[in-house]
Design a protein around this ligand. Structure first.
Ligand SMILES: C[S@@+](CC[C@H](N)C(=O)[O-])C[C@H]1O[C@@H](n2cnc3c(N)ncnc32)[C@H](O)[C@@H]1O
Length: 264
C-alpha cells in the first residue's frame, strides 16, 4: 500500500524566509496567490509591513498574466492594496468574522466584525467555480432569479431548482475559529480557506501564500488537493506551521491507510 499516491498532492512546501524572495525563487507559476499580509497595524512582533510595490512586481513576474490573487485586507490598508495595482482589481468581498473586535475603542468607533477580501487578476476574469450551499432560512421555490429586464437585457437568470441551495454572496460569513485562537493571532478559519481554495483555484492548481503564518491556506490546500508553497519569515511561526502541516499529513495518510485496509 502506497500512501504517497495521487490522492495526496505534491509538491507541498513551506520555507522559512522572505515571501517576495520566495515567490521569485520558487520557479512555479501559481494559479492562486493568497495574500494575508502584515500591515504593521498592531504591536505584534511579526506585524511588520511589506513593500507592496516589490510584492506586485514579483507577482507580475511569476504569474505571467494569468491566475488569481485573493487578498485579505482591512481599511485603510485596503486602499493601499488597491492602489498598488488598481487595474488588477476585479471585485471586493467581505469576510464576516461573526465575532467583533476592538472593544477598547467602542467609544470612538464601531466594533470591527469584518475584513475585506480583494479578488485580483492580471488579465480578465479570474477562475471562479461557485459552490451552492443550503440556506436554512430560505424557502424552497421555483422560477428564474433574473428574467429579462431593462437592467440585464434579455439574459435569463439562473433557474431555481426547487432546492434551498443558494449561490455564494459577496459576504462570506464564517466565524473565527475559537479553538484555533492560540495558534496565530491572525489565523484564518480553515473552513473559509477551504471554500476559497476550491472556488478560486482549479483542481490540481498551484497555490502560493508568500506570508503563510500558521499555514491555514496550506492546510486548506492539502485537504483540497492543491499543490502549494508557503513562506514565513518568523521562525517560531514557521515551526508551528510545519508542525501542523506534518500532523495533518499524518492524519490524512492514517485515514487513507484505514480506508484502504477496510477496502482490501
Ligand atoms: C497576517 S499573518 C498570516 C496569517 C495566516 N494567514 C494564518 O492563517 O495563520 C502574516 C504573516 O506574515 C509573516 N511575515 C511578515 N513579513 C514577512 C515576509 N517578508 N515574508 C514572509 N512572511 C512574512 C508574519 O510573520 C505573519 O506570520
Amino acid at each position: 500500500m502506497n500512501v504517497y499516491d495521487d490522492t495526496i498532492v505534491q509538491p507541498m512546501s513551506i520555507v522559512l524566509g522572505d515571501g517576495i524572495e520566495g515567490l521569485l525563487n520558487d520557479g512555479g507559476k501559481p494559479d492562486l496567490v493568497v495574500l494575508d499580509l502584515p500591515w504593521g497595524a498592531t504591536k505584534h512582533a511579526t506585524d511588520k509591513p511589506i513593500d507592496l510595490a516589490a510584492l506586485f512586481d514579483a507577482l507580475e513576474f511569476v504569474m505571467r498574466g494569468e491566475g488569481t490573487v485573493l487578498a485579505f485586507c482591512q481599511h485603510p490598508y485596503t486602499v493601499q492594496m488597491i492602489n498598488a495595482k488598481p487595474d488588477w482589481l476585479r471585485r471586493m468581498l467581505v469576510w464576516d468574522k461573526r465575532r467583533p473586535t476592538g472593544h477598547l475603542d467602542v467609544q470612538y468607533q464601531e466594533l470591527r466584525v469584518h475584513a475585506d477580501m480583494l479578488v485580483m487578476s492580471p488579465d480578465g476574469m479570474p477562475y471562479y467555480k461557485p459552490e451552492r450551499a443550503p440556506d436554512a432560512n430560505v424557502k424552497e421555490r421555483k422560477g428564474y432569479a433574473g428574467n429579462a429586464s431593462q437592467v440585464y437585457g434579455n439574459a435569463k437568470g439562473s433557474q431555481f431548482d426547487g432546492s434551498n441551495l443558494r449561490w455564494p454572496k459577496s459576504i462570506y460569513s464564517v466565524p473565527v475559529d475559537a479553538a484555533e485562537r492560540g495558534v496565530h493571532p491572525f489565523r484564518k478559519p480553515l473552513k473559509l480557506m477551504r471554500q476559497l481554495v476550491r472556488q478560486y483555484c482549479p483542481p490540481g492548481g498551484y497555490v502560493i501564500d508568500p506570508t503563510c503564518g500558521s499555514g491555514a491556506t496550506l492546510e486548506a490546500c492539502m485537504l483540497e488537493g492543491r499543490p502549494f508553497a508557503g513562506f514565513e519569515i518568523d521562525k517560531p511561526t514557521y515551526e508551528i506551521a510545519v508542525y501542523r502541516l506534518n500532523a495533518l499529513y499524518r492524519a490524512i495518510c492514517a485515514k487513507k491507510e484505514a480506508g484502504d485496509a477496510a477496502g482490501d
